[in-house]
Write a protein that binds this ligand. Sequence first.
Ligand code: NAP
Length: 268
Amino acid sequence: MDMGLTGRVAVVTGASKGIGLAVVRTLLDEGARVVAVSRKPGAELDALAGPNLVHVPADLMDPDAPARAVEQAVEAFGRLDVLVNNAGGPPPGAVMPRFGFMTLADDDWRDVFEFNVVAVVRAVRAAIPHLLKSDAASVVNVSSVNARRPGPMNFDYNAAKAALTNLTKGLSEEYAPQGVRVNTVSPGPVRTPWWTDEGGAADIIAGATGSDRDAVLDGGAAEMMSLTTGRLSEPQEVADVVVLLASPRSASTTGADFAVDSGFLKEV
Ligand SMILES: NC(=O)c1ccc[n+]([C@@H]2O[C@H](COP(=O)([O-])OP(=O)(O)OC[C@H]3O[C@@H](n4cnc5c(N)ncnc54)[C@H](OP(=O)(O)O)[C@@H]3O)[C@@H](O)[C@H]2O)c1
């Protein structure tokens, strides 16, 4: 299937690892030109270097960073068609999961909302004037199944992702009539460095359950979370849905929330 992305220009945040890296790789494969945002490029993004890829080193906790990334995309490639707000999760210095409501201080809440919501607001604000000039504009926000399924872990993160999903729907109402589609992809647990890194989610869950990292990754987490497929999702499986929503092949899809969650959500 031709995704119609050849020559299109995309900004992808959180682009050096995990889901974001898979999105960048897939967009490049589809012939798009990509501006990849992360604090550091990393070896896997470096390996994709070429005329269609620009890396913007930026910390999205910096209020000016989203606009800078958008400006660099327009400067480098002359236009903007796609914005993928993928960066999110634990803000710098935090690790997740975090258990219990009372463990979270005001600063934790502020940082999580700054990274997962306010940085997206800033990116969309900077991108809109350029997206309005595109004949196939798409914003894809990477949310989480926890936007719809709260629980006694990561209260701040779950609430921030709920805000992001809500924001997405609102944006789609304002901008779809002007040709800018806005959707969310909501992953369940995905085997990314957030889970697999030393001290990452798998290690934290292993510590809390008396298990070990490999056991958590290779079945423990799936069992704990009642994943119907019996396994975590792979970053590419999320990226494929992100890229489909970025593509003009999804021209009638806006304000939608696509779960890629191994069957985590049970509600109809
Ligand atoms: N993995 C999951 O199980 C899961 C589940 C549900 C939703 N999600 C969502 O999926 C998205 C991607 O998650 P992931 O698991 O792929 O993450 P990841 O593997 O931890 O990768 C995070 C990416 O974001 C970049 N990043 C981190 N902090 C940044 C900052 N302050 N400024 C700019 N870039 C920053 C990282 O690069 P640098 O460190 O170099 O900056 C890296 O490229 C997030 O929105 C997350 O909430 C993930």
